[in-house]
Design a protein around this ligand. Structure first.
Ligand code: CP3
Length: 355
């Protein structure tokens, strides 16, 4: 059994009493920090950062050196899995992620294999253990993966920023082919997250960035169902500690009750939903994570503080809230505004946790 110096996040995810609302930021390590850009330049590029456990540890720790965050998140990417499947991930300058060999051909789809987390993804497990050492139990470490559907979007489209023409054509025209990809992805994600847990991840999060692009009905069949399968296959505890699971579908507000029902401990919210209303809808089932619009961080510290207070008030008293942004922090965020956010959450939230 590990004793964390700060276990506020673990407690909030399990809806146990806390002294204040814990906070971390999606993409908290990244281009808005000068020290990140410096490390990335030394490493060569983004993928080299991810694939070198020493560099990955260094950038994971950078935001914690600046801000009193309540968690560290593994520095990596959701696209490590399709990369390990042999699709040839690369980042073209200013273009976001691309694959050399997108999955279109039925023969290639049928040949898709679950990568071995101890082999092709060994570098991720090494980063997790190295980060745990560097953290020295200061705060918990969050591990993560993409959802099977979100990974499939990149695998089939071959790049980000599309209107999902290829994957949606497959969804409607050849649903059995897409189901095959999703089934392999779900097995891959389950093995990958369990390996992260065994290497030291104390919380795991599934990023379903594109589930919200699906129609009602298609969401349940092509995204939610596979996340449910993953959650059911994840280790419940490790070394005497419960491992909380967070599920985040961007644009998933309409399906909140359904997401809260798949066995996860917490549901991530984007900024389009009122968190108080979300709390009433999910009841006691899950904790909630979110949900400040990342663009609030372009405004002044006074505005940031006021927007933080609105969310805290809307959630109301009691545990079960993890403060976060509704999506990743922008590269154009002034770091001092991220500091103002963390400070506002820590000070203003105490009055909501007096009993
Ligand atoms: O939160 C953290 O600090 C952990 C790091 C993290 C990254 N990617 C680092 C990253 C996490 C959790 C991710 C997840 C991820 N990656 C998602 C799901 C979350 C989301 O944002 O919706 C997605 C869709 C990806 C795929 C991906 N990787 C995209 C679309 C991009 C380009 C976006 C951009 O900002 O340019 C990446 C690259 C990426 N992943 C960067 C970082 C810090 C920027 C790379 C750089 O340094 O140039």
């Amino acid at each position: 059994m590990t004793t964390l110096k700060n276990d506020t996040l673990l407690r909030a995810l399990l809806k146990q009493p806390v002294d204040y609302t814990p906070v971390w930021l999606m993409r908290q390590a990244g281009r808005y920090l000068a020290e990140y850009n410096a490390t990335r330049a030394r490493a060569g590029d983004f993928l080299a950062l991810c694939k070198n456990p020493g560099f990955a540890t260094e950038v994971t720790m950078q935001p914690l050196a600046r801000f009193p965050l309540d968690a560290a998140i593994l520095f990596s990417d959701i696209l490590t899995i399709p990369d390990a499947m042999g699709l040839g991930l690369y980042f073209a300058h200013g273009e976001g992620p691309m694959f050399e060999r997108p999955l279109r051909d039925e023969k290639e789809i049928r040949a898709l294999k679950v990568p071995d987390p101890g082999k092709e993804l060994r570098y991720v497990m090494d980063a997790v253990s190295e980060i745990r050492k560097a953290l020295d139990n200061r705060v918990p470490l969050i591990g993560f993966s993409g959802s099977p559907f979100t990974l499939a979007c990149y695998m089939v489209e071959g790049r980000g920023g599309t209107e999902f023409r290829e994957i949606k054509t497959m969804l409607y025209q050849r649903p059995e082919l897409l189901h095959h990809i999703l089934d392999v992805n779900a097995k891959a994600v389950t093995a990958y997250l369990n390996a992260q847990i065994e290497s030291g991840a104390q919380i795991v999060m599934i990023f379903d960035t594109w589930g919200g692009a699906l129609s009602h009905g298609a969401y349940q069949e092509f995204s939610l169902r596979y996340m449910q399968q993953i959650v059911a296959g994840l280790k419940r505890d490790h070394e005497g500690m419960r491992i909380p699971k967070i599920v985040f579908t961007k644009g998933g507000g309409l399906w909140l009750e359904l997401i809260a029902d798949i066995g996860c401990d917490a549901v991530g919210l984007d900024w389009t939903i009122d968190i108080g209303e979300a709390r009433r809808r999910v009841g006691d089932k899950v904790a909630l994570q979110g949900n400040l619009d990342p663009s609030v961080l372009f405004a002044s510290p006074e505005v940031i503080t006021a927007e933080v207070e609105k969310i805290l008030l809307s959630y109301g008293a009691g545990s079960g809230h993890v403060f976060n942004l509704g999506h990743g922090i922008s590269q154009f965020t002034p770091p001092e505004n991220a500091a103002a956010l963390v400070e506002a959450v820590h000070t203003l939230s105490r009055k909501f946790h007096l009993e």
